[in-house]
Design a protein around this ligand. Structure first.
Ligand SMILES: [Zn+2]
Length: 206
């Protein structure tokens, strides 16, 4: 697969991640075979479930306030309650814990394959995050031959397992230079249209 195609598929996975209703972590995954996308997924609750909320809110206990340093406390409770006029409320922090019914993006993408005519055998998966161990097992089992991811994760057992299975796992860096190049090309095209007196809606001028 050409580097520009790898980049394009990862861009698509990153776009699908935005569809996730999760607050903590929005993950997207796509399955590509013979140059076409055969499945998509993002992390979320099962289809038809009564709620699409992915996390439970956890408030610190009085003991948490006492035993943790400021840094530890902010790391453990990274979310700050919306600003309130009450001074005491302003510093209220909380954590979010993923609900058990949430399905990971990779598993959702694999599950969709089951209801299609496509097979994951010899397909390539693009995931916005490093896969966890549970997803890695399913990736292996469905016959995916290669995995690309974007965000690294501190726990490596999923990636290690896939590599042990002989499935290459590679990180895709963000193609910043490519993006700048594409933006330049778009701007040049807009400028040309502008000079030719074409579409002015796009540049916003009269
Ligand atoms: Zn997973």
């Amino acid at each position: 697969m050409k580097p520009s195609e790898i980049q394009a598929h990862m861009d698509v996975a990153l776009r699908y991640a935005e569809e996730s209703q999760a607050v903590r972590s929005k993950v997207g995954a796509i399955v590509v075979k013979d140059g076409k996308v055969i499945s998509i997924g993002w992390n979320g609750t099962p289809t038809g479930w009564h709620s699409n909320i992915c996390e439970d809110r956890v408030d610190p206990t009085p003991d948490d306030y006492r035993r943790m340093s400021r840094e530890e406390f902010e790391a453990a409770f990274p979310y700050v309650k919306e600003r309130s006029y009450d001074a005491e409320e302003a510093e209220v922090r909380y954590a979010l814990v993923t609900k058990p019914e949430v399905i990971h993006a990779e598993r959702n993408a694999i599950a969709k394959l089951a209801s299609s005519h496509e097979s994951g055998k010899d397909a390539v998966m693009f995931i916005t995050h490093q896969p966890c161990f549970e997803c890695a097992k399913e990736i292996k089992q469905v016959g995916i031959k290669e995995v690309f991811y974007f965000h690294p994760y501190r726990i490596k057992d999923g990636v290690n397992f896939l590599r042990e299975c002989g499935i290459p796992v590679r990180r895709v860096e963000k193609d910043i230079l490519g993006q700048i190049e594409r933006t330049r090309a778009t701007l040049a095209a807009l400028q040309q249209m502008h000079q030719q007196g074409g579409y002015h809606e796009e540049c916003g001028c009269a």
